[in-house]
Design a protein around this ligand. Structure first.
Ligand code: F0G
Length: 460
C-alpha cells in the first residue's frame, strides 16, 4: 500500500451482523431505563459499541476454520501443542499455561506470590490485576512516568515506568518484599500509551540486579511492539515479531488476556520461566480452571488463539489498527475536543475535565459526556473517572481520582472508516452542545466495583 494516502482496512467482510438503528427519542427512554449507566444498556440498543476492545474482535475466516478443527481431547490436545508452540515462538517462555482469560492468570500468579506484607510494582496495574493483588492481602503500587499524567502533553512513550521512583521504593521496602514487577504493555489505564524498549530493558536489568522477577502484562503486546517500531530509534527496519521477541526476552514471564491482541472472544495464558513456580501454578490451575493442556478453554479456543497470535503480527493490520485510533483522535482534536495525546493503540480517551469544566468531579463529568454520546448517536463508551475510581473520606465527601476520562475503545476488525466517521460526527454534536450537559447523582451505588451496576439521575 506504499504511496497511497488512504490506509485501508486490510481485510474484506465475509460475514456481517446487522446494527439496529435507534432514534434519539428511543434512546432518551433507553438511557433512563438503564439508570444513565451505559453498562446497563442492552447491546442491541447500541449503534456503535466502543465500551471495550476486549473479547469483541472479529475473528478471521481462518480462525473460524480453527474452531471446527480444534481437538477436544481432555489431555494432550493437538490444539494445545499448536497454541503452546505459537506462544513460545513469540515469547520464548518455558512454561505456557492456558487460562480462560487474563484475570484467571492474574489470580493464579498473585495468589501464589502475594499475601500480607508483600508489595507489587508496575507502570500501572489494570483494575483486575490490582484487585487480584489486594485480594491476596498484598499491596499494588503504580510508578507511572510523570509525562504519562499530563493528558495534553505529547510524548512517544507515556506508558513508561518511572524507574528512579521504583528504585527508591525498592530501597524503602526491600527487594525481598517485592515478589514481582509487572510492566503493562500498552498501559491501558494510562490511556493506552506504549512503553519503550529502553524502559523495558532498563527495568529488567534493574530487577535482575535486585533479584526481583520481571513480568509483562501482555494484553496489547503487538500494538506496543508496533509503537516501538515506528517511534523508537533503531527499530524501524525490524519485524514486529522480532521486536515482540526482544520485548519478552527481558522478562521472566507474562500474563495475557488473549481477548485483546490474540483476536479471540475468550482466552488467556500465564507464562513462566521458573519451573518450580510453573509447577505450583499448574497445580492451582487444575483446581480452578482445568487440566494443564486446556485450562478453562475448549480445544477450539486454543486453536483460534494460536491463529490470532499469528494474524496480530501482520504489519499491514497493525498500521491500519494504530492509524484508526490516530484518525479518530486527530479529527476530534481538530474540533478542539480535549483528549489524552497522542491517541493510544486501542482507544481514544476524552479528557472530560476539560470537555465540561463546569461539572465538578462529584457530579461525574465523564459519565455525563458518556451519556451524551449515547443519547446523541447511540455510541457506547466507558467512564474512567470518579464513578470507577472515586472514593469517600470519613465525612462522606467525594475524593476524585487524578483524571476524568471517557474511553472510546476500538474493537479489532469490527468497524469500518465510515463507522468511525459517524463517531466523529457524534462527538462533534456533543462538543457543540457541551454547555448544556448536566452532572449526575447516584440513585444506587454498590459497595464494590460500583461502576458496573450504579444507577444515576441527571441533575437539573
Ligand atoms: N490487563 C489489562 C491491561 C487489561 O486491559 C485487562 C482487561 C486485563 C488485564 C484483564 O483481562 O478481561 O481477560 O480478564 N481489560 C478489559 C478492558 C476488560 O476493557 O480494558 P481479562
Amino acid at each position: 500500500m506504499a504511496g497511497m494516502k488512504t490506509i485501508i482496512e486490510p481485510f474484506k467482510i465475509k460475514s456481517v451482523e446487522p446494527i439496529r438503528v435507534t432514534t434519539r427519542e428511543e434512546r432518551v427512554g433507553l438511557l433512563a431505563e438503564a439508570g444513565y449507566n451505559p453498562f446497563l444498556l442492552k447491546a442491541d440498543d447500541v449503534i456503535i459499541d466502543l465500551l471495550t476492545d476486549s473479547g469483541t474482535s472479529a475473528m478471521s475466516a481462518k480462525q473460524w476454520a480453527c474452531i471446527m478443527d480444534g481437538d477436544e481431547s481432555y489431555a494432550g490436545s493437538r490444539s494445545f501443542y499448536r497454541f503452546e508452540s505459537k506462544v513460545r515462538e513469540i515469547t520464548g517462555f518455558r512454561n505456557i499455561i492456558p487460562t480462560h482469560q487474563g484475570r484467571a492468570a492474574e489470580h493464579i500468579l498473585f495468589s501464589l506470590l502475594g499475601g500480607a506484607g508483600k508489595h507489587f510494582a508496575s507502570n500501572t496495574h489494570f483494575d483486575t490485576t490490582r484487585a487480584n493483588i489486594e485480594v491476596s492481602g498484598a499491596e499494588a503500587h503504580d510508578f507511572l512516568t510523570a509525562e504519562g499524567k499530563r493528558p495534553e502533553f505529547r510524548a512517544p512513550f507515556k506508558g513508561n515506568i518511572d524507574l528512579p521512583a521504583f528504585k527508591r521504593f525498592v530501597d524503602e521496602v526491600g527487594a525481598e518484599n517485592i515478589p514481582l514487577c509487572l510492566m503493562t504493555v500498552t498501559n491501558n489505564s494510562g490511556g493506552g500509551q506504549p512503553v519503550s524498549m529502553a524502559n523495558i530493558r532498563e527495568t529488567s536489568v534493574f530487577c535482575r540486579s535486585r533479584g526481583i522477577p520481571f513480568f509483562i502484562d501482555a494484553c496489547r503486546f503487538a500494538e506496543n511492539s508496533w509503537f516501538i517500531k515506528t517511534r523508537e530509534e533503531g527499530y524501524a527496519d525490524r519485524s514486529v515479531l522480532s521486536i515482540a521477541q526482544e520485548l519478552f526476552s527481558y522478562a521472566d514471564g507474562a500474563t495475557m488476556s488473549a481477548k485483546k491482541d490474540a483476536l479471540v472472544n475468550i482466552g488467556g495464558f500465564l507464562a513462566i520461566n521458573d519451573d518450580a513456580l510453573a509447577m505450583t501454578a499448574r497445580n492451582s490451575l487444575i483446581v480452578t480452571e482445568g487440566f494443564p493442556t486446556y485450562g478453562g478453554l475448549a480445544g477450539r479456543d486454543l486453536e483460534a488463539m494460536a491463529q490470532g497470535l499469528e494474524e496480530i503480527l501482520d504489519e499491514d493490520y497493525l498500521r491500519y489498527r494504530v492509524r484508526t485510533a490516530e484518525y479518530l483522535g486527530e479529527r476530534i482534536v481538530a474540533m478542539g475536543v480535549p483528549i489524552i495525546e497522542p491517541p493510544g493503540g486501542h482507544a481514544v480517551y476524552i479528557d472530560a475535565k476539560r470537555f465540561v469544566p463546569d461539572i465538578p468531579a462529584g457530579q461525574f463529568p465523564a459519565q455525563a459526556v458518556s451519556c451524551a454520546l449515547y443519547l446523541e448517536g447511540g455510541v457506547r463508551t466507558v467512564e474512567i473517572g470518579s464513578v470507577m475510581f472515586g472514593k469517600r473520606d470519613a465525612e462522606g465527601r467525594h475524593i476524585a481520582p487524578p483524571m476524568e476520562l471517557v474511553r472510546m475503545a476500538l474493537p479489532r476488525r469490527v468497524y469500518t472508516q465510515s463507522h468511525i466517521d459517524y463517531v466523529i460526527e457524534v462527538v462533534e454534536e456533543v462538543w457543540k452542545r457541551r454547555a448544556e450537559l448536566k452532572g449526575l447523582r447516584f440513585t444506587y451505588e454498590a459497595p464494590v466495583l460500583r461502576h458496573f451496576t450504579a444507577r444515576f439521575e441527571p441533575l437539573r
